[in-house]
Write a protein that binds this ligand. Structure first.
Ligand SMILES: [Zn+2]
Length: 141
């Protein structure tokens, strides 16, 4: 199975989420709280229809970082807070940026990453392991 990274271009349909996400975020970047060129950003892979659970409002620099642009580890400290966000898309985006930063070997990125369950290979939350429930049941006997 080929695993060549696919470039996902932001699509115009994402605009349909604009109102909802602006309300959700108060018009600020949901990652860093900045206000510069805030726009809807869909997290790849895209669902068929734009979904607020897979999209966030991002400022120019956060959107650029999500596209693989450089991120200053000092300025990126906001990710430490963002990984605990209750908005699932924000959490996931923060995790992806942390994974990208981890290559730079900053101890705090590792710590923050250990706290969340995102697979660096797929960039998605790990599915809960089915064995857990099984072993819980067994230990109850
Ligand atoms: Zn931002």
């Amino acid at each position: 199975m080929a695993r060549a990274p696919k470039r996902w271009r932001q699509r115009p349909e994402a605009g349909t989420l604009g109102k909802e996400l602006t309300r959700r975020s108060g018009g600020r970047c949901e990652l860093c709280g900045g206000r510069g060129e805030v726009r809807v950003y869909e997290l790849p892979p895209f669902p068929l229809e734009p979904d607020a659970e897979r999209a966030l409002l991002g400022c120019a620099s956060c959107r650029d970082a999500l596209e693989g642009g450089a991120l200053d580890p000092i300025e990126a400290r906001f990710l430490q807070t963002a990984v605990w966000d209750e908005r699932i898309a924000v959490k996931l985006a923060a995790a992806r940026l942390l994974i990208a930063l981890d290559g730079a070997n900053h101890p705090w990125t590792r710590e923050a990453l250990e706290a969340i369950d995102v697979d660096p290979e797929t960039g998605e939350f790990r599915a809960p392991e089915p064995e857990v429930e099984e072993s819980t049941r067994r230990s109850r006997r």
